[in-house]
Ligand binder design. Sequence first.
Ligand code: MG
Ligand code: MG
Length: 254
Amino acid sequence: MIRPKTLEEIELLRENAVMVSRTLAEVGKAVAPGVTTMELNRVAETYIRDNGAIPSFLGYEGFPTALCISVNETVVHGFPSDYRLKEGDIVSVDCGTFYKGYNGDSAYTFAVGEVDKKTQELLDVTKESLYRGIAAAVAGNRIGDIGHAVQSYAESFGFGVVRELEGHGIGREMHENPGVPNFGRRGHGSRLYDGLVLCIEPMITAGRKDVYLSKNGWEVRTCDHSKAAHFELTVVVRHGKAEQLSTFDYIEKL
Ligand code: MG
Ligand code: MG
């Protein structure tokens, strides 16, 4: 059995989760046509360091930057670059912090200016699938209940659910057990119990679910070049209702 987090640990994870949430909002303020994804990375790294934390992705297994920034058909683990965002793009920003010995990890997919109707639906459905996954993250349920909630909702719109990557536990390590797949069967997988801290992170495509790893060994892209969205929050499994540690409120109040 995986050890549940203590109250003290949960408070430290909450501090990280809030910092990541605020960092994503700072990045969101900067998202606009003409801005390079490296500029977004700089905004985040500056904010994280100004708050006394370390950007945990930087150097993680050799990852080169503070943020993963994944545009359009790139699902996750994109490298910030001199690419200039343009109207109609979507940009997934995944952010991690290391602060007081614990980790934060959350992601949001931003629309750049106006996006077409199907792309907006992809964003809305992916975010809602995350909230449905969170609603299933209650003590007594099983891991498969979370995946089932995400998958059944996303697929009901004809979208693809990426299988190769999944959510995870979080604590002193950014990625802890258990893995949290975005697909699954009700009542299957390990049992969820009070105090388990999870990152739930659906990765949903507008087309087929198949992805490939690009030549740089990091960037995951859709095989059919359809757009992909990715939203991630950190929650504590509780009886009755999960407790959210990170939030999109700072972003959506902009
Ligand atoms: Mg993440
Ligand atoms: Mg994660």
